[in-house]
Structures are given as structure tokens and as C-alpha cells.
Ligand binder design. Structure first.
Ligand code: ADE
Length: 827
């Protein structure tokens, strides 16, 4: 096994980028890895011919997807597949409706369109410009079609095409592999023509570029530089037949670009990445005036709407006048973090020609480790349902799936044991807590126990009652038998509203606002015309939706006097728009509306402000202020503490007084929430946003769960808990109160003073963190605390430690925390 891993690592290091010849793995329609909810369609004929039945080689329902009615020549009905991640697609397999011999329908031809973001759809065309792909000839045989050029997309639509009015039905599989580069577009000057007499004729343009030619000659798309086709040593020769000389290369002539002597390209990625290197496949036919670039300088941008960072990475190549081979030039990028890169490639000769550019960034697994080399079908195959390579692939898949299932079962058993350990230890102390860790509703629950004879209610109200109510039972004052024998409801019950943020399962206690059903009148935010929201950039994504940066046309006028929007001097108003996915569950939809309701009642300078909503039609949207500096975790982790060194080298920095000011603002926002009895439940730097003036606002857009998934503990693949920020009683008893928010505030302070360079308790596994919680409960001096960050004044660490007091009543209130932090700022 080790040998296998080593070998695959070596080959992947040698190959390094996608090889379309090997990137032909079934993407999961047939075997169900693509879920039903990720297959949709413009229409279906019956329930039993819905999009979920469009799976190749399967006979469920009535045997295929069939769009409604007779398909006409001008119709554009589609089947849509969401692959969930950016994918490099090389092959499509289609089949008709066989239905165990009863079906008659199939698609003789089809078109494809695709999208990387779900918003902008691009039609696929082959290298000759034809969009129509030949489909099936009968109901049962699979027809495979190679995609030349390949597609890089997350969403794919198959659009059956017909000459005459007819009924069509389809079953489909897509083939390819994940697009780990994450590159979603590049822009560059358009490539040029090489002309006789000085040179042989060659056209060095980007003929398959799928962006536009508007703002720059090439803008917003991908093309030949990412098609996986590596150019030959002689750029006049091509891999493709029936194309012109120079086809595989994008090339520029030095003197045609003014006197600048370089070609500037910009690369935009799906998310912020930590770049290790960039590989540029470059021609070096020096006998014809072509050489690799002499040097390259790259600048980085953490977000799309941000300035380029001043510090560039510059790399000089070793020019080679002896070997005319085309080659990959690897440019080290030193782990710089960015969402976009701008690179200037300097000419070393008259011509510069690239055929591929690829990026290596942190956390990308080499393909070979993710996919086993199951033989994938060839486009010339037309099978009658039996295909040896596919069978072998399926067998290997099944074996691997079995191994994964066995592993998961073992893992689950192990997790259950760990979770049961803490309460069992508590049992030793004659206290009963039951963990429901392996049930659907995660976490730990206090079982209802009938009152014991002779135990009258304490009469001290819910605060002092031993497990007598949800609100803060003071366990420390209970006798062991009483203490956790509680009728306290689980925190996901009764007066708790579940807010899912974008990704789901975020839970808050909001007693005052609990309602069973929510109507429009409960939402005090105004309905904004959604067509006036203009999409600019995706800010984040989660299971239930996405957050986008948008321009909001006419929003100041819409909000009228007293609008909280900053003055934009006539520039467009930017807002963050959180949008629920159209196919979100009913639960997610209700949670989204409840979150709107709560947010519409919050009004504080340190709480993110809901500006308006679009809830009269789908998709539901909430529009909030846009915070230019993103979340506090990202913001701080990219900075160093201010010093002469950071000044001299223009390294982004923050001062100690900036950090204190941030802490004051968060405590102020929390003081406000506490005054409303609002329990946040997920306070952490990832849930605080920073604007351009370093104002901090508390939010929870939930997508942090995607970006920061390691901060959450997932039990049985369902619920997620930010255990490293949670008070012991929240983990063991499911009790979330303002006092548990104070605990989380202490951890947030700790994050701030470590500049978010480390996860809390980074040396402990999730299971060990839960075990440590048991130690907090037992309070025998064996619990592990977070250490004092080097930057942190002792009095501030003392405040943190008080936030982590075992007894709820020993923890400071937000009022006091706020006052004491303000004193620190003044000192
Ligand atoms: N990400 C999520 N919400 C945001 C907001 N309001 N501003 C900036 N980035 C965000």
C-alpha cells in the first residue's frame, strides 16, 4: 500500500496537471454518488420519468428522464446535473428508455451547456464550432461521446435535440475528474497571428476560450491554457486533426504589445487558496524566435474586490539556447494566499507561447490518490449494456466502497465509545448523563427522570432548580443524584429556533421570538426588487445556499432617510446577499425565514445589519451590509503584529491596540445580544466580519462551516458542533446560555491574540477535546486550558480564564467584560 502511495505521488509529481486521457472516471450518476436532489430538469413527463431516473444503466421509475410532452425542434428542455465541485469533464455516455423492453424513446442528438457558478451558462461547441452531439439510435445501447474540448464546470445541462416532433427520454453518465486547480477564469491579451515571410503562418489565438472579449481581449473564461492538451516542441504541429498550425498554443509577439516587454495575465480562483506553485507549459523553439519567459512577477489579491498586495513574487528562469523542447516551467509561489493572481511574463525573445497553465495549492490531493485507475469507456464504444472496462471499474468501486463502509462502521463505533466515555466517568460520580451521540440529534441529553419521592421543588426558581428547567440549572449546587436528573428539554427542542446560516444546523436559543409558523408580517425588513441586485462575486458557499457580493441599485432611495448605508459618493452600493438554494429542504427554508425575522429585530453597531429581503419569490434572499475585509479569522491570520520589520517590508500588520479595539467591539455586540436574552451559540472569529475601517460586526452566515469545517465536530455525518469554542455544560448537557457565550467569547479573545494562527487546543483531537470537557466537569485540576498567547497582557489572560470558569456564576457578564476591555484600551 505504502509503495502504491509512493508510486502514485511520484507520478503525480511528474505529471502535475490533468491528463484528459486518464481523466475519465464515472462521476456518479449511475452509482448514486450524485444525489437525486442534484439532478434536476426543466420539466418531466410524469413523476416516474423525473430527472432522478436519468441514471445510466438503471431501470428505476419508468426507466429514464423524459421531458414533458412532445419535443419540438425549437424546444430547449434540459436535464441538469450539479456535480457539487468544479470538475474536468471529458466524456458523456447516453442511453434511451429501455424500461425492460417497454420503452421506445431516446434522444438522437443533444447539446450541452455548462456553468461554473450556477449563474452564467456557456454552450459547449466542438473545436469546429458544432454544438450538436450525436446521441442514441435505440433505447438500450450506451453511446459515449468524447468532449473535445473538455469542459470545466460544476453544473452541466444536457439538452435533447430533435429534427421532428417526438418524445425523447434519456439516461446519462458523465465522466471526468475533479478540477483541483480551482481556476475559474483567466484573462490575457488575445493570441496573435504569425505571418510569413519572417515566420511560417500560424494562428496562436485561444480558439476555445469560453469567456468574453469585453474588458480585456480575453476575460472571464477558460480555454486552451486549461484544456489539458500540451503543445509539441514544434508549435506548428498539433495534436488535433483538422485544425490550423499553432493551434495548441496561445502566443504573443513582443513588439505587438507596445514597449512593455511582457504579457500580463490574471487568474481567478473559486476560493482563497494557499499557492505552492504555478506550472506554465511553454514553447522554446529558439530557432524560430520562440523562448520561454525570462522572468515572471506575480501579485496576489485575497479577495476579488481588494487591492493587489504590494509584495510580488518574482522568479527568473534559466534560459536555454540548446534544447528546443517545449517544457513545463515551475514557478514557486511560496504559499501565498490569494483568490486572484496577476502575473507578468517577460519576453526572452520575439515570441512567447504557452499551451497550459496549472496551479498547485495547499490541500489538493493528487488525482491518483483520489481516483483509482478504473478503465473508463472510450467514445467509440457503443455497448449493449455490458462493457468489460466499466465492469472492472464497477467491481473495483464496489470493493473500495466496501472498504470505506467497513472503515466508517469501525470509526463510528470508536466515536460512540469516546463520546460515551465522558458521561461514564461522570457516572462514576453517581451522576447520570446520557449521550445521544449516535442518534440523529447529536449531542448529549439529560434524560427525563420522574421526581424522586420526598424531593420537593426547591422553590428557588429555574436558575437554582436542579435540572428543573432549561434556564441555567446550577449543577454545582445539586447533590449528585439530583443534579442531572433533569426534565430539561434538549436544546434542539421547545423554545429554540434552529438557524442554519447558509450551511445548516446552526442553533440559537431565542426564547422571546419563538413562533410555530412564520408569516410575512413577522418580518420587519422591506421587500427589495431582486432584479436590482447585480451579482459581482461569490463570497461564500454552504450546503443550503451561497453569499454573494452584489450591487444594489437604488437601495439608498429604497431605504429612505436614516438609511444605515455608508456614503458611497455616487459609487454603486455594495451589499452581501445570502441566498437560499431553490432546492433547499422545507426545514432549511423555515430556518432561513426565522433567521431573517431575528436579524430584522437586531439593531446595534456591532451586529451585522439586515437591510432588506427578497422573500416574495424564490430563491429567498437576505441582504446585509457588505464588510470589505471579510471575516476576522481570515483577516487576522493574514497579518503580523506591527513592528519595524512589518513597516519596512510593507507586510500587512495590526497593532496591539487594534486587537484590543476589536475585542471591545465584539464584547459590545455581545452585551447587546445578552440584553435581549439572545444566545448566539457560535461566537468565534470566523463569525465576525470586518469592514474597511476595522469595525467588527458579529454575524453568522453559516458558510464558515464550509470554509472552517475542521472547527466543527460532526457526529454521524449530521450535526456539527464548534466544540473547541463550547462551554463544558453545552457539550455535556446541551445547555446554551449567555454564560456559554461568555466562554466562547474567551476563546474568541484567545484567537484574536494568537492572530488566528492556530486552532484552539490544536494539539488535541476532537475526541480529546470532549474528554477534556469531562475534566472541566470533574474539576480535579486535570483540565487543560488554552495557554496565554505571547502577545496577551496578563490581565487580559486573567479575563479569558474567568470566562472559562467551571461555575457559570463565576463567569463575568458581557457588561463587565466590555467595561474591563475598555479600561485596557485606555491604559
Ligand atoms: N461574507 C458573508 N457575509 C459577508 C458580509 N456581510 N460582508 C462580507 N463578506 C461576507
Amino acid at each position: 500500500m505504502l509503495l502504491f502511495l509512493l508510486l502514485t505521488l511520484q507520478t503525480s509529481a511528474a505529471v502535475g496537471q490533468i491528463d484528459p486521457g486518464h481523466c475519465r472516471f464515472p462521476l456518479g450518476l449511475e452509482d448514486g454518488r450524485v444525489k437525486d436532489e442534484d439532478i434536476s430538469a426543466s420539466s418531466k413527463w410524469y413523476q416516474t420519468t423525473g430527472p432522478q431516473f436519468a441514471r445510466l444503466n438503471r431501470e428505476d421509475g419508468d426507466g429514464a428522464w423524459c421531458p414533458e410532452g412532445q419535443l419540438e425542434r425549437s424546444d430547449s428542455q434540459y436535464l441538469q446535473v450539479d456535480l457539487k465541485v468544479l470538475t474536468f469533464l471529458t466524456l458523456v455516455g447516453t442511453q434511451g428508455r429501455y424500461a425492460r423492453g417497454l420503452g421506445k424513446e431516446f434522444a438522437r442528438a443533444y447539446r450541452l451547456s455548462y456553468s461554473r457558478d450556477g449563474e452564467t451558462w456557456k454552450p459547449w461547441k466542438n473545436r469546429q464550432g458544432n454544438a450538436v452531439i450525436e446521441g442514441n439510435k435505440n433505447t438500450y445501447a450506451i453511446v459515449y461521446k468524447e468532449l473535445h474540448p473538455s469542459i470545466i464546470a460544476r453544473y452541466v445541462r444536457l439538452i435533447p435535440v430533435t429534427e421532428h416532433s417526438s418524445t425523447v427520454c434519456m439516461r446519462v453518465e458523465l465522466y471526468g475528474c475533479p478540477w483541483h486547480d480551482g481556476l475559474i477564469s483567466y484573462s490575457a491579451p488575445e493570441g496573435q497571428l504569425m505571418m510569413p515571410p519572417a515566420y511560417p503562418p500560424a494562428s496562436l489565438n485561444d480558439s476555445i476560450y469560453d469567456g468574453t472579449h469585453e474588458r480585456r481581449p480575453l476575460f472571464g473564461g477558460l480555454g486552451q491554457l486549461t484544456d489539458g492538451v500540451v503543445g509539441q516542441d514544434d508549435f506548428l504541429l498539433t495534436h488535433e486533426k483538422q485544425v490550423w498550425s499553432g493551434y495548441d498554443y496561445l502566443g504573443w509577439r513582443n513588439d505587438s504589445l507596445g514597449t512593455q516587454g511582457y504579457v500580463e495575465m490574471e487568474f481567478v480562483f473559486d476560493r482563497q487558496r494557499n499557492f505552492t506553485s504555478m506550472k506554465v507549459h511553454s514553447n522554446n523553439l529558439f530557432t524560430r524566435g520562440v523562448k520561454i519567459f525570462s522572468s515572471v512577477s506575480c501579485w496576489f489579491k485575497p479577495r476579488l474586490i481588494a487591492n493587489w498586495e504590494l509584495e510580488a513574487v518574482t522568479f527568473r528562469t534559466v534560459l536555454d539556447d540548446r534544447n528546443p523542447s517545449a517544457r513545463y516551467v515551475t514557478v514557486p509561489l511560496y504559499q501565498r494566499t490569494a483568490k486572484a493572481l496577476r502575473c507578468r511574463f517577460y519576453f526572452a525573445d520575439v515570441w512567447m507561447m504557452f499551451s497550459e497553465v496549472s496551479f498547485q495549492s495547499g490541500g489538493n490531493l493528487p488525482l491518483s490518490l483520489l481516483y483509482f485507475p478504473a478503465a473508463a469507456p472510450s467514445a467509440n464504444d457503443t455497448t449493449e449494456g455490458t462493457n468489460t472496462p466499466i465492469l472492472i471499474g464497477c467491481l473495483v468501486t464496489i470493493i473500495l466502497l466496501l472498504v470505506v463502509i467497513i472503515f466508517l462502521i469501525l470509526w463510528c463505533q470508536c466515536v460512540c465509545k469516546v463520546l460515551e466515555k465522558a458521561p461514564r466517568q461522570i457516572l462514576d460520580e453517581e451522576v447520570t448523563i446520557r449521550l445521544s451521540s449516535c442518534s440523529d440529534t447529536i449531542i448529549m441529553q439529560t434524560p427525563p427522570v420522574p421526581p424522586r419521592a420526598g424531593h420537593a421543588p426547591t422553590g428557588r426558581g429555574p436558575r437554582a432548580a436542579c435540572g428543573g428547567g432549561y434556564a441555567e440549572p446550577d449543577v454545582t449546587q445539586c447533590t449528585p443524584h439530583q443534579s442531572f436528573h433533569s426534565n430539561a428539554p434538549h436544546y434542539a427542542e421547545t423554545d429554540i429556533i434552529r438557524l442554519q446560516g447558509v450551511t445548516g444546523s446552526n442553533m440559537y436559543a431565542v426564547p422571546a421570538l419563538t413562533v410555530d409558523s412564520l408569516t410575512r408580517k413577522d418580518i420587519s425588513a422591506a421587500e427589495f426588487p431582486r432584479q436590482q441586485l447585480i451579482f459581482r462575486e461569490k463570497l461564500g458557499e454552504g450546503q443550503f445556499g451561497e453569499v454573494h457580493l452584489c450591487e444594489a441599485e437604488g437601495l439608498p432611495e429604497f431605504l429612505g432617510e436614516g438609511s444605515p448605508l455608508p456614503d458611497r459618493d455616487g459609487r454603486p452600493v455594495l451589499v452581501a446577499v445570502k441566498q437560499l438554494r431553490a432546492d433547499a429542504t422545507l426545514q432549511a427554508r423555515n430556518d432561513f425565514l426565522k433567521e431573517i425575522k431575528i436579524m430584522s429585530r437586531l439593531d446595534d453597531p456591532n451586529i451585522i445589519r439586515l437591510l432588506c429581503v427578497c422573500v416574495s419569490s424564490d430563491p429567498l434572499c437576505m441582504v446585509t451590509e457588505y464588510m470589505e475585509n471579510g471575516d476576522l479569522n481570515m483577516f487576522l491570520s493574514q497579518r503580523e503584529i506591527e513592528s519595524t520589520l512589518t513597516h519596512a517590508n510593507s507586510i500587512p500588520s495590526v497593532s496591539l491596540s487594534d486587537l484590543l479595539h476589536m475585542a471591545v467591539q465584539i464584547s459590545s455586540g455581545m452585551k447587546y445580544l445578552a440584553s435581549l436574552n439572545f444566545v448566539h451559540r457560535d461566537l468565534a472569529t470566523r463569525n465576525c466580519l470586518v469592514d474597511r475601517r476595522l469595525t467588527i460586526k458579529i454575524a453568522d452566515f453559516g458558510m464558515s462551516r464550509n470554509l472552517y469545517s475542521s472547527d466543527y465536530y460532526r457526529i454521524q455525518g449530521r450535526a456539527v458542533l464548534p466544540i473547541r469554542w463550547m462551554a463544558w455544560e453545552s457539550i455535556l448537557l446541551g445547555k446554551f446560555t449567555t454564560a456559554s457565550d461568555v466562554w466562547a467569547f474567551g476563546v474568541t479573545l484567545w484567537e484574536i491574540f494568537t492572530l488566528c494562527k492556530e486552532q484552539p487546543y490544536s494539539l488535541l483531537s476532537d475526541e480529546q477535546v470532549i474528554e477534556n470537557t469531562g475534566e472541566f466537569f470533574r474539576n480535579q485540576g486535570r483540565q487543560i486550558f488554552l495557554y496565554s498567547p505571547p502577545l496577551c497582557p496578563p490581565s487580559l489572560f486573567d479575563l479569558m480564564m474567568r470566562c472559562w470558569s467551571r461555575n457559570i456564576t463565576d463567569r463575568p457578564a458581557f457588561d463587565g467584560i466590555h467595561q474591563s476591555l475598555r479600561r485596557h484600551v485606555r491604559e
